[in-house]
Structures are given as C-alpha cells and as structure tokens.
Design a protein around this ligand. Structure first.
Ligand SMILES: *Cc1c(COP(=O)(O)O)cnc(C)c1O
Length: 395
C-alpha cells in the first residue's frame, strides 16, 4: 500500500475539491442553466465581492481576461505605456500587448520579491523626463504574498496613475488586515487549475467602481448595445464565465480559508526541514501581511549547497515529483525584447538573482505529510550527495 503510494506523481499545485462543488453543479443541471451567465455566476460574484470586501465583482473566463478588461477600462490604448512587475507569469503583461501598448518592467525588492519602490521611483523619473507617464500600472502579488502596497500606492497616487492589482496568485492573502487584491482601482483573481482555488479555468475582476464593473460586464459580453436587435458600437469580447464553472467556484470558495491554512502548513514543514541548511533561503514573508504560501518558493546557492536549483528539479522529477523554476522575469523574455526595465538598484537586478537560483516545491493544499516527506528526503539526498562529492574533491 505504502509502496504503491510512493510511485504516485506528486504535483506542484493540483486542484483540491471539497465535495460542495457537486451540490451547486447539481443545481445547475436541475435548472438546465448550462450557459454562460446564470444564477450561479450572479451568486459567485456576490460571494467573491463579499469575501474581498469590494463594491462588486465580475466573473470572467480567465484572470488574463480580467487584466485585459481592467486595462481597457483604464483607457490604455495604442502608444501608451504601462508599468508592470517583471518578476511574474507572462499573463500579467500579455494584455498590455493586446491593447497595442508597451510594458515598462519594474524589478522586485529583495525583502519580499514583489515590486521595488526604488525601481519604481527611477522609472517615474525617467518617464517624467521623456514626457511619457504610464497610463496604468500592474502590480503583481507573487506566490501568495501581497506586494508592499502602501509605499507603491503613494508613488502611483502622486503621479495619478491607476493601479491594477494582479492578485491571481494571492487570493486568500491579507495586507494590513485587508484582502489582497483590493488595494488598486481594480483587482484580478484567477481560478486556473493550479491556483489556490479553481474552477478549472476562470477569473474575477473586483473593484469599488460599480460603473466600471458594469462596463466590464458589457465589454465581456460582446459589447451589445441596449437595443433589441443585435447592434454593436464598441469592440467587445466573449469573456464571461460559464454558469457551470461558477458553481464549482462557489463550492471552492467555501474552503478557501482551510486551503490557505493547509498551504501555510506545507510551507512550515519545508521551513523546519531546511531551516539550518546553509545556502537555502525561503521567500520571506512581509511583516505587515499574511501570505497564503500558495507555492513554497526558495533559492538555492550552488556554492554553499553544491547543487543548482535545476539539478534539484531534475532529481525530483526522476522520483516522480513535480517542482518548477520560479517565473522567468518578463524583461528577459524574447517576446518583450527592447522593452524598458528598471532594476532594484543600478547594480542589482533582484528578479534575475532569484531567477538564477529559485525553485518552487510541491505545495498543494492536499499534499499529504507522507508525500511531503518524500519531497524533503529527495531534496536532502541531493544536498548530501553534493556534500560527499565536495569532500572527496577536497573543496
Ligand atoms: C495564473 C496567473 C494569471 C492568469 O490567470 P489565468 O486565469 O490563467 O488567465 C495572471 N497573473 C499571474 C501572476 C498568474 O499567476
């Protein structure tokens, strides 16, 4: 029995259903609302707004769609620039290109890996000099943790630049006692299959600006004018969430708090296992907030550990365990070649340093303690083998 379990693949962040989803899906089937929109969508939006404490919420087909609509609603268009965190998944910045605008990438600060206020200040100085202030900004909350919003918002507000908070990875986290994702003009959540709660695919746009949310709803349903015949004056999209998937989301939302506690417990066990390992450092937690630890992210110093992050990922894969590198910073992506980038200091690019050494370990809220022990033993095995090799070579 135990041996059979050992062969099962351990995934990075698999879906974790709780059974409640089926109750809502049954309602969908019984009412035959197998449609985009419907009572589950309305209820999911209400429940998400209530959870986040925002004026409203619009359910969409993905987090990427939510970022895209937020950019449209911020008036971003051809020739505009948008400031965006560099250390993130490509989906944060792709919608900037959809709008024909140009991203300007901002580095992370070393303390918590999210947007660096000092890099942001330098980006604004350059923007003022060239007379090209950004039309909007996308601040990303990485791996379950809010960015340090107070100093960042102070800078953005001084320049009158609206902020879109990409909270796709930080649903369930808090910043100064408030839900992460509710600090900008718009907040974006994702329910993609790998996120802390999932609808298989989906997203949510939250805001206190109800007029803007109504416009988002309009644009996301093909921008149909209020006429009986099919008339359209504006470019729209088919971005609304299916009523079936909203039912899954409602079920998932009911156990969000437990999922956060489970991910934090997974992190705590990793921390305990590697606390005294020289050369291993975990993503630090902000003192003024609470991370969900959606993914346990850490850096490996190859000089001290004798192995690289890549070698650990390979070793885990050979044991049927899925680990991943951290995101490749967007300013290093071929797609964004030529875009401006502002590192934390003139000498130091934090996102590049973390990228060279970073990895994410399996962090599912349904990861068993036995499964996690398997992961920890494998990583420890890599470090030990490296230590033996180094001693043999007399270094
Ligand atoms: C997952 C993710 C998104 C995109 O969400 P989708 O729902 O997959 O479109 C955006 N930003 C970040 C940082 C993400 O991790």
């Amino acid at each position: 029995m135990d041996n059979a379990g050992c062969k099962k693949r351990i995934f990075l962040s698999p879906p974790h259903m709780n059974g409640e989803e089926m109750r809502f899906i049954r309602e969908v089937f019984e009412s035959n609302y197998i449609a985009p929109l419907g009572p589950q969508v309305d209820a999911f939006e209400r429940e998400m707004a209530e959870y986040a404490g925002t004026g409203g919420a619009v359910a969409l087909s993905s987090g990427t769609a939510a970022i895209h609509l937020a950019l449209r609603l911020s008036g971003v268009g051809r020739g505009d620039t948008v400031f965006c965190s560099s250390f993130t998944f490509i989906a944060s910045a792709n919608p900037v290109l959809y709008q024909g605008a140009e991203p300007v990438f901002i580095d992370s600060e070393p303390g918590y890996w999210n947007m660096s206020p000092s890099a942001l200040n330098r980006a604004f100085i350059a923007a003022e000099k060239s007379g090209r202030l950004p039309k909007a900004a996308i601040v990303v909350n990485l791996y379950g943790q809010s960015a340090d919003m107070t100093p960042l918002l102070a800078i953005f507000n001084r320049h009158g630049v609206p902020v879109i908070e990409d909270a796709a990875e930080s649903l369930g986290a808090e910043y100064k006692g408030k839900a992460s994702g509710t600090f900008g003009r718009f907040g974006v959540y994702s329910f993609n299959g790998n996120k802390i709660i999932t609808t298989s695919g989906g997203g949510m746009l939250v805001s206190d600006d109800l007029e803007a949310l109504a416009k988002a709803r309009f644009l996301g349903t093909q921008a149909r004018d209020p006429a009986r015949h099919y008339q359209h004056s504006e470019l729209g999209y088919n971005y609304r969430l299916s009523n079936v998937l909203a039912a899954i989301g409602r079920g998932q939302l009911r156990t969000l708090k437990e999922r956060v506690e489970a991910c934090r417990a997974v992190f705590a066990r990793y921390l305990e296992a590697f606390l005294n390992t020289e050369g291993i450092e975990f993503m630090p937690e902000i003192p003024y907030g609470r991370s969900t630890r959606w993914l346990t992210a850490l850096t490996v110093d190859p000089d001290l550990c004798g192995v690289t992050a890549d070698q650990i990922i390979d070793a885990l894969d050979r044991r049927n365990i899925e680990a991943r590198p951290v995101w490749k910073p967007l300013h290093l992506q071929p797609l964004f070649k030529g875009c401006h980038y502002y590192p934390h200091t003139m000498e130091k690019s934090i996102s590049e340093l973390v990228f060279e050494r970073g990895l994410c370990l399996p962090s599912g809220s349904n990861l068993s303690e036995d499964g996690q022990r398997r992961v920890i033993e494998c990583v420890k095995g890599c470090l030990k083998t490296a230590g033996v090799k180094r001693r043999r070579m007399g270094t």
